[in-house]
Write a protein that binds this ligand. Structure first.
Ligand SMILES: [Zn+2]
Length: 468
């Protein structure tokens, strides 16, 4: 009861206009946000190490022991920060990981609207503008500010909290999460973690859903290659590398993998049935059943998003062929990009493609090894806590578990046996997603609401309470 009452009071403070003064913890989050946005951490032209160091400095100044504040990485420009917030001595619950990447996608000032600089935090018309305001420096700043706030209140959780701010999520050769797992596993080992990838969806100012990303599809590229001895184009032969490749791609275009649902996607469709008002609602409900009806699957598969949720997909994305306009092609290659359902075998996908192509003159080889990641279980501990805070802060907004059709760094932790949940309480307009694009922005109210949401969620998941 106390919690709910306190939350209501705090939530009512959580929407300051630009001119209103912020509560101290909000001012701290804003300061951290500004500091992080204004350090250029773009994957190729920036450097995450100064950002990691700047945050480390804040934790050391707040009294965190030197051993619990770690900055390191495989390259001088690719620093990561790992901070351990110690729980009650003798606590038996394993740590909770708070994960956010601090690298950002490149941004050029000349590409942004007048008056905005991607590497300056600008508050304007109810929004914070800057590269990373959404992806992913809002979560990074909020985690930093909330841990510092916990420390200032002497809160002692019943498990350790681990903050990891990482490099190269957006690309690059020095993925911070992979490096930490390979070289400093003990520092990031946790029972489970919170990450980007989920978040709230709003439309025209109305909150639609608070999404929890619990699973990701697996990314694999295959190279298709047809070769031929070639010859003079004035004397064509029936066998032609380009025709072989074109035929193979046409066959792949017509091939569909079988539909398959899992715990996360069934929960997604079940919940979506509750918020969808059109005829789709009945189809969502039906497809959430253990053995969905084929007509329903076919109807939903006509929408690219639902098709991608229901099955493994493979699509041709690049091709090149031939060496001269007046020669028969000796070589024709294409890239086929597959997004494989978690739990499916990439080798079986390759075999299915080979069977569909059915031409021994076309070879199919994976470009890189697949990175499979199991779905995170929808454990009651996590889902109940998320639902409770959502109901308290955003009454009536459903919590919707989902599987990303793309990928985040969550996959490396899931691979390592550490479930990851993409959840933030940060709402954005689903029709105006500017992450990676120009004029990236986060609502000011949405930022502070997200801070509050993660404060209560992390407190709830770690039994943090004051000791004096
Ligand atoms: Zn991101």
């Amino acid at each position: 009861m106390f919690r709910i009452a306190a939350l209501l009071v705090i939530a009512s403070l959580a929407a300051p206009s630009a001119q209103q003064s912020l509560a101290p913890h909000q001012q701290l989050a804003r300061d951290v946000y500004k500091e992080l946005i204004e350090i250029n951490t773009a994957v190729t032209t920036g450097n995450t190490t100064p950002a990691a160091e700047a945050m480390a400095k804040r934790f050391r100044a707040a009294g965190f022991p030197a051993d619990d504040v770690f900055v390191g990485g495989p390259h001088p420009n690719k620093g990561n920060l790992v901070v351990r917030y110690r729980g009650r001595p003798g606590a038996t619950r394993r740590p909770l990981l708070l994960l956010a990447h601090i690298d950002v996608v490149e941004a050029k000032k000349e590409d942004w609207s007048a008056g905005l600089d991607p590497f300056v935090l600008t508050e304007k018309d109810g929004f914070f503008y800057g590269r990373g305001t959404v992806d992913d420096k809002a979560m990074a700043s909020i985690f930093v500010a909330n841990l510092l706030r916990m420390k200032s209140q002497n809160l002692v959780p019943d498990r350790d909290l681990i903050l990891a701010l990482t490099a190269d999520e957006e690309g690059g050769d020095h993925n911070g999460v992979q490096w930490l797992l390979a070289n400093h596993r003990a520092r990031v080992d946790a029972e489970y973690g919170l990450n980007e990838g989920g978040g709230g969806q709003a439309r025209a100012g109305k909150k639609i859903a608070n999404r929890v990303q619990a699973s990701e599809k697996m990314y694999v590229d295959f190279t298709l290659e047809a070769t031929n001895k070639g010859g003079h184009s004035s004397q064509p032969q029936p066998e032609n590398a380009l025709y072989d490749l074109a035929d193979a791609l046409t066959r792949i275009g017509k091939f569909t993998f079988p539909a398959k649902t899992n715990e996360v996607t069934r929960a997604y469709f079940e919940k979506m049935a509750g918020i969808e008002t059109s005829a789709l609602a009945a189809d969502f409900k039906a497809v959430a059943q253990p053995t969905p009806n084929a007509d329903v699957v076919a109807r939903l598969s006509a929408t690219p998003l639902y098709n991608a949720i229901l099955r493994t997909t493979c699509v041709a994305t690049m091709a090149s062929a031939g060496h001269a306009p007046n020669a028969l092609p000796q070589r024709a290659t294409a890239n086929v990009n597959c997004r494989i359902l978690p739990g499916e075998d990439p080798h079986a996908v390759q075999q299915a493609l080979a069977k569909a192509v059915n031409n021994p003159r076309v070879s199919i080889t994976p470009v890189d090894a697949a990175k499979p990641s199991p779905p995170s279980p929808l454990t009651p501990e996590v889902m109940t806590a998320i639902t409770r805070v959502t109901e308290e802060m955003f009454p009536g907004v459903p919590v919707i578990p989902f599987m990303s059709t793309g990928a985040t760094d969550g996959l490396y932790f899931r691979q390592a046996g550490i479930p990851i949940y993409g959840v933030s309480g940060l709402f954005g307009d689903m029709d105006d997603n500017r992450a990676h694009g120009r004029d990236e922005r986060m609502g000011v109210k949405e930022f502070f609401d997200g801070q509050e949401f993660l404060w209560w969620l992390v407190n709830g998941l770690s039994g943090a309470r004051a000791t004096r």
